[in-house]
Design a protein around this ligand. Structure first.
Ligand code: HEC
Ligand code: HEC
Ligand code: HEC
Length: 426
């Protein structure tokens, strides 16, 4: 292939501009440390507002290790480039952000730069948080600086060369960071604008619900087309009308605040903690999120009708039927008490059961849903230790054949095997 000289020239200029931009961004000065301010220096109202901001931003989800102190860090985040540990954001002076001024905190949120000047990895979703208002940033600061300080240092990251060299992140930032608060769109009403701010900014929904490119950036123009995170599929958020029962505003609000919607299914995997956080914020915020989401829907291709189901049931489906009767029907069968009172969605409405790949159904069977809150309705046992790859695959194939109109999944057993391996490595 020969490139036109003009293109080459243009490309050269682009690369040169990028290198210059990145080099100027590589080294940032440290911001002078402060003595941790006393809790009393933050007023109660700002702290309260901060609790809401911190919930909307899921800060506690990433910044708390399994069984660890809230916000003390140490949770490993798996990326294709290795493991990154979330850091301690309690106000401990030595190991947390106790010596960070509001200015340093704001720079971290808006530009992904730590107080001492090192660049932060985008596993910290600053490319989204940068949209936050100054008011929200200072409220989050007030809230975090008035938590109990915890002495804890996160383990060091295990990243592949050369990504363990932080200054290189400057190149990434040139490509993916558009810093600054969100300007509101005067042609839209305040609720829509609030929703956009929460979805694109604090809620960083696209960070899971969008496909990522080879260097871990969200693919341009494909926000909300769906992604994969921690071995789960995060379904598209712009095709909510394609569900067996198209999502309504009310169902979205219920799902996002309770982790369950009667005409869809339950939030599990990495979505579960998001819904637990959203349960703690005013309903108006979640209404705004739902309003904005419903405004970004893509037109759906006309339904193509049900595929011809084969008349003779394959052996995997038959075997799956036996296992289902033994282990699942008491909750999911048509006569299960929770089905008949109409509280639990039939598997026919489930996004996972109707998805292109069996990934989330397999994750659900392997991991179940832990007890959470006081809501026993949400419990499903884990079958990881109970069934072989083949049996989990048979169950998935049975559910697909019985509850979905869509074509059977292929290579299900192989997928189970891979998912188990991925989960073990996590
Ligand atoms: C998706 C996971 C995730 C979420 C959600 C998240 N963080 Fe983080 N955060 C990280 C990771 C990972 C790091 C460490 C990055 C690094 O070491 O380069 C980090 C680093 C930080 C730092 C820099 C701390 C230091 O010592 O360098 C601050 C400040 C911070 N986060 C604040 C927040 C706040 C405030 C929220 C909520 C509004 C939040 N984070 C939500 C993953 C997350
Ligand atoms: C940490 C990753 C992550 C983040 C952040 C996240 N989601 Fe999700 N979301 C998922 C996953 C994974 C699923 C699938 C869960 C399942 O099948 O149980 C999901 C499912 C959903 C669903 C159900 C979709 C369907 O068709 O069934 C909705 C709606 C949703 N998310 C909205 C949001 C919104 C709004 C935000 C931002 C406020 C958000 N999500 C943030 C990972 C995430
Ligand atoms: C103790 C009750 C219980 C048992 C037993 C149980 N489940 Fe579940 N299952 C649940 C609950 C609760 C949910 C969350 C959604 C809901 O309320 O239906 C769920 C969700 C699911 C989903 C995802 C539906 C969605 O939310 O999108 C699948 C798939 C599934 N179960 C399959 C199975 C299979 C296969 C078995 C047997 C191997 C099984 N379940 C056994 C309670 C149960």
């Amino acid at each position: 292939m020969t490139l036109k000289p003009r293109l080459l020239w243009g490309g050269g200029v682009f690369v040169a501009a990028m290198v210059i931009a990145a080099i100027t961004l590589m080294w940032k000065p440290a911001i002078v440390p402060i003595i941790p301010p006393p809790a009393a220096s933050f007023d109660a109202q700002t702290r309260l507002a901060g609790a809401r901001v911190v919930a909307l931003g899921d800060c506690i989800v990433c910044h708390t290790a399994k069984g660890g102190q809230p916000f003390a860090g140490g949770l490993p985040l798996a990326t294709p480039f290795g493991t990154i540990y979330a850091t301690n954001i309690t106000p401990d002076a030595e190991t947390g952000i106790g010596t960070w001024s509001l200015e340093a905190f704001t720079r971290a949120i808006r530009y992904g730069i730590a107080r001492d000047g090192h660049l932060l990895y985008p596993a910290f979703p600053y490319i989204h948080f940068t949209r936050m208002s100054d008011g929200d940033i200072s409220a989050a600061y007030a809230y975090l600086m008035t938590r109990d300080p915890v002495k804890a240092t996160a383990p060091s990251n295990k990243l592949i060369f050369p990504l363990n060299f932080r200054p290189l992140l400057a190149f990434w930032n040139v490509l993916f960071l558009r810093p600054g608060p969100q300007a509101s769109d005067p042609s839209k009403d305040p609720q829509w604008n609030r929703g956009k701010l929460l979805v694109d900014g604090l809620g960083h929904c696209a960070s899971c619900h969008s496909p990522l490119n080879l260097i871990g950036g969200e693919e341009r123009g494909r926000a909300f087309d769906g992604g994969v995170v921690d071995g789960w599929e995060a379904p598209p958020l712009n095709a909510l009308g394609a569900a067996t029962k198209p999502w309504t505003q009310a169902q979205l609000v219920t799902y996002l605040r309770t982790g369950r919607a009667s005409e869809h299914g339950a939030a599990a995997g990495p979505m579960l903690p998001v819904t637990r956080d959203l349960a703690a914020v005013p309903e108006a915020d979640v209404q705004a999120i739902a309003t904005y989401l419903l405004s970004v829907q893509k037109p759906q291709p006309a339904a193509t009708g049900a595929p011809a189901q084969s008349v003779a049931l394959s052996t995997d489906v038959q075997n799956g039927a036996v296992l289902f009767a033994a282990s699942c029907a008491q909750c999911h069968g048509p006569h299960a008490p929770m089905q008949s009172i109409g509280e639990r969605p039939t598997l026919a409405f489930s996004t996972a059961v109707n998805a292109t790949t069996p990934r989330n159904v397999i994750q659900m069977i392997l991991g179940g849903i832990n007890w959470h809150g006081e809501d026993t309705m949400n419990y499903m046992p884990a079958f990881n230790q109970v069934y072989s790859d083949q049996q989990v695959a048979d169950l998935a194939s049975y559910i697909r054949a019985t509850y979905s109109q869509r074509a059977p999944w292929t290579d299900v057993e192989k997928t189970v095997e891979n998912i188990r391996k991925e989960n073990d490595a996590r």
